[in-house]
Every structure is written in structure tokens, then in C-alpha cells.
Design a protein around this ligand. Sequence first.
Ligand SMILES: CC(C)(COP(=O)(O)OP(=O)(O)OC[C@H]1O[C@@H](n2cnc3c(N)ncnc32)[C@H](O)[C@@H]1OP(=O)(O)O)[C@@H](O)C(=O)NCCC(=O)NCCS
Length: 180
Amino acid sequence: MTLGVGSYFNAITLQRLAHRLYKRHVPVLPKLIDLLIFLIFNSTFRHTAEIGKGTVASHRGMSCGVHAHAKIGERVFIGIHALVGGRAQDFGAPLIEDDVFIGMNAVVLCGRVGKGAIIGASSLVLDDVPAGAVVAGNPARLIRTTDQPWWARPKKELDTLAHDNGAGARAATEAPVSDG
Ligand SMILES: CC(C)(COP(=O)(O)OP(=O)(O)OC[C@H]1O[C@@H](n2cnc3c(N)ncnc32)[C@H](O)[C@@H]1OP(=O)(O)O)[C@@H](O)C(=O)NCCC(=O)NCCS
């Protein structure tokens, strides 16, 4: 399977590089990459956040905000202008489990989003989201449930979503790669 250049040059790829350097105690560089991500993509994907393999952001990760200590699982989709943030100073960092879909403009301020959940576009999520829930609105409410991960949808539908049509997420289920 081949992924295009656009698949690699994005905010998350840069964040992964910064995270690896940070884990290896390389000084300064991780923070410089944070700055580069901000300048190029207008996003904050800080090097201290944990982002699982196969996780993608639409529009190369443009205009997103991710809590510095967020834990984002594998094969998560992050829509343009999405925010995964801290609700208050002492609220702690959010945990986004595997296969979650975060729609564009969504603001996720809860503690945990369960595996495979879908968050609708422009939703404000204040309460924890159970696995497989589809929530939407302000404040977000349950509208249905799903057992199909976002990346398993037909390729035609995915064309308008992830820059790699979900290929990275599908690949992450097939061939485990070490994130170091
Ligand atoms: C949440 C979502 C997946 C629901 O899709 P769906 O299951 O087909 O739901 P429907 O369109 O049948 O809508 C069901 C109900 O939820 C409401 N709803 C759907 N999406 C909503 C949203 N984002 N915000 C508020 N309400 C929403 C609908 O108005 C409808 O309400 P009703 O029953 O009172 O009429 C979809 O609307 C969505 O937001 N997708 C994300 C798109 C996106 O962000 N793409 C990424 C681009 S980078």
C-alpha cells in the first residue's frame, strides 16, 4: 500500500517526530517542532501529548488544538478546527480511546471518549462519551450508537475526510509499527 506525500507532511507526523525526540531526552528540538507545527498548521499538537498509530487529522492537521498531556489512541480521526482540551485548570488531560471520530469544529472538554465513538461536527462535548456512542450538538447528546469504526466506511465516503482516505488507520490494524 502506498501513501502520498501529503499523507506524511502533516502536523501529526511532525508531532510524532517531536514526541520521539522528547522520549529520548533530546533538548530544545521538540519545542522547536511545536513552534513549527504552530507556524505551518496554526495548530497545537504539543510534543508531550501521546498520539497512537494510525491516527490522522484532516487538512493535514490545520487549526486544531490538543491538550499538551492528552492521550489519543490509535486510528483516531481529528477534524479540522477540532479542540481536545482541558475543561479547567485541575480537570486533567482528556483520554481519547481507539477508533474515535472527532468531527470538524468539535470542542471536546470531557475526560474520556470511549472506543469507536463519533463526535458530530461543531459539537461541544462536556460529559464523558461511552464507547460506540454517536453524540452531537451543544451540549452534545447521544443521537445513536455505532459498531462500525469511521475508517471502515466505503473509500468514496472517506475521500472527503482523511488526507489518506483512512489508509493509515486501516494499515495500523494490519501491520503494527513501533512508535519508539
Ligand atoms: C454526527 C453525525 C455523524 C451524525 O450523522 P447521522 O447519524 O447520519 O445523523 P442524522 O444526520 O440522521 O441526524 C440525526 C439527528 O442528529 C442531529 N445532528 C446530526 N449531526 C449533528 C451535529 N453535528 N450537531 C448537532 N446535531 C446534529 C440531526 O439534526 C438529527 O436530529 P433530529 O433527529 O432531531 O432531526 C454527522 O451529522 C456529523 O456531524 N458528521 C461529522 C462530519 C465531519 O465533521 N466531517 C469532517 C470534516 S473535516
